[in-house]
Design a protein around this ligand. Structure first.
Ligand code: SAH
Ligand code: TYD
Length: 406
């Protein structure tokens, strides 16, 4: 039995992926011996419906001065955050001296648009290396973990915020009560908190079990997000589904009673209830789908190996750590993983230690098959890799199902 991180109820896990290393813990061969492992197990709370990890490594083991994820590596995500910033500027900031705060601002992919327009802003980013990249672009960045006490400091120093934004970070933070209390105090009475994260409904629907890894301690639905904010005198006033990261949901949150609530909120909650996102049956079915996906991928990779095909991985994503370790994918099945992030290159993947190589190595000798770990950037990647497919290369994907195609 585990204790719910939101409402203190107890719950049982519905799936274990076994021992897992730190998802973004790309490492050198000297570091193999001291690699850290924990058990990746997920459960859901029958009271507040929050889907969550049972165990999460300490935050300092995941977010530090060598953090591997640089948001601006994807041009598709850069365009996404340009549009997100525009939505905020067009609708939610006042003409007079606005102030925008971002939690988990990384290398400044979103805040740069506010900085470019001379809008008062502050990013809160605990990973020192990515925070430094943002500062070099002229983006005001505080290198701290956001929590209640930090919110109070910001408020004392800069005043309250008109808008607080957060993307792909709320689901990372186990102490959400402190975060929500902090946002509550930092936001002006008519302010708006806008955040987005991968959406539970999509994860279940397309069996994207690779969204489950150490950093993602929560898997949100509108129902569970509503429960969380209601506990603190705030409410979800609107939702906006997003295509990124395999299906995300953007939540617009305000102090209770200040703004009317969109009918979309209620209808999505009804949809989630109909789907059974609050019942154990759907999670048991998800587990069976995950097992089927794992068996299909292992079988496919084994067949390719037996046929003498050369297979490489495309994109050393954090998500791939779950797939690689859960499926037991070793360097005899995948020769290396190609990735454009300089800090990942020359290192090894967490757990089974597949070499990570620069993108040039993929281009200089195309493999027979590329296993697309960065499937969420599939459109962007496939449109720029026509030479690979023209040369006879095939893609292998596992979301929504295991499939090889040209
Ligand atoms: N918003 C960016 C980055 C997402 S990755 C994007 O969507 O691309 C998550 C980021 O949140 C990391 O840069 C990590 O260092 C940061 N982070 C983790 N815990 C945090 C916390 N408590 N407060 C603020 N940022 C946090
Ligand atoms: P992403 O799927 O965004 O994130 P996560 O780590 O959260 O699972 O990571 C994309 C990775 O893929 C990143 O390491 C960069 C790499 N990548 C490429 O190598 N080539 C590309 O064209 C793109 C878009 C990404």
């Amino acid at each position: 039995m585990s204790k719910c991180r939101i409402c203190d109820n107890t719950f049982d896990p519905f799936i274990s992926f076994g021992k897992m290393p730190i998802a973004n813990g790309f490492l050198t061969s000297e570091e193999f011996e001291k690699e850290y492992f924990y058990e990746l197990k997920v459960g859901f709370c029958t009271k507040c419906t929050m889907v969550q990890l049972v165990e999460q490594p300490d935050r300092d083991m995941m977010f530090h001065d060598n953090y591997a994820y640089f948001s601006s590596i994807s041009s598709m995500m850069a365009a996404h955050f340009r549009d997100f910033a525009k939505l905020v500027m067009d609708n939610y900031i006042p003409d007079k001296n606005p102030f925008v705060v971002e939690i988990g601002s990384n290398d400044g992919i979103m805040l740069r648009h506010f900085a470019d327009r001379g809008i008062r802003h502050l990013g809160i980013e605990p990973s020192g290396n990515v925070a430094q990249v943002a500062r070099e672009k002229g983006i005001e960045t505080l290198c701290e973990f956001f929590e209640e006490s930090v919110a109070d400091h910001i408020k004392a120093e800069h005043g309250q915020a008109d808008v607080v934004v957060a993307a792909n970070v709320m689901c990372h933070i186990p102490y959400l009560d402190s975060i929500v209390r902090g946002v509550l105090r930092l936001l002006k009475p008519e302010g708006m908190f806008i955040f987005e994260d991968p959406y539970l409904g999509d994860i279940i629907e397309i069996t994207s079990y690779d969204q489950i890894y150490d950093e993602h301690v929560f898997y949100f639905s509108v129902t569970s997000v509503q429960y969380l904010f209601n506990m603190h005198g705030m409410q979800v006033i609107d939702i906006m589904p997003q295509n990124v990261h395999g299906g995300s949901m953007r939540y617009l949150i305000a102090h209770k009673g200040v703004f009317p609530v969109s009918a979309k909120v209620k209808s999505q909650i009804q949809k989630e209830e109909k789907l059974g996102l609050h019942k154990k049956e759907i999670f048991n079915k998800f587990r069976l789908n995950v097992e089927r996906s794992r068996d299909g991928l292992v079988q496919t990779l084994t067949n390719l190996k037996n046929q003498g095909k050369r297979v490489i991985g495309y994109g050393a994503t954090s998500k791939s750590t779950t797939v690689i370790n859960y499926c037991g994918i070793t360097p005899d099945l995948i020769a290396f993983i190609s990735d454009t992030t300089p800090t990942k290159q020359g290192k090894y993947s967490p757990g089974t230690h597949i070499p990570i190589k620069p993108y040039d190595e993929f281009c200089s000798k195309y493999p027979d098959v590329a296993l697309l770990f960065a499937w969420n950037h599939g459109e962007e990647i496939m449109s720029k890799e026509t030479k690979f497919t023209d040369a006879g290369g095939n893609w292998l994907v596992y979301v929504p199902e295991v499939r090889i195609f040209h």
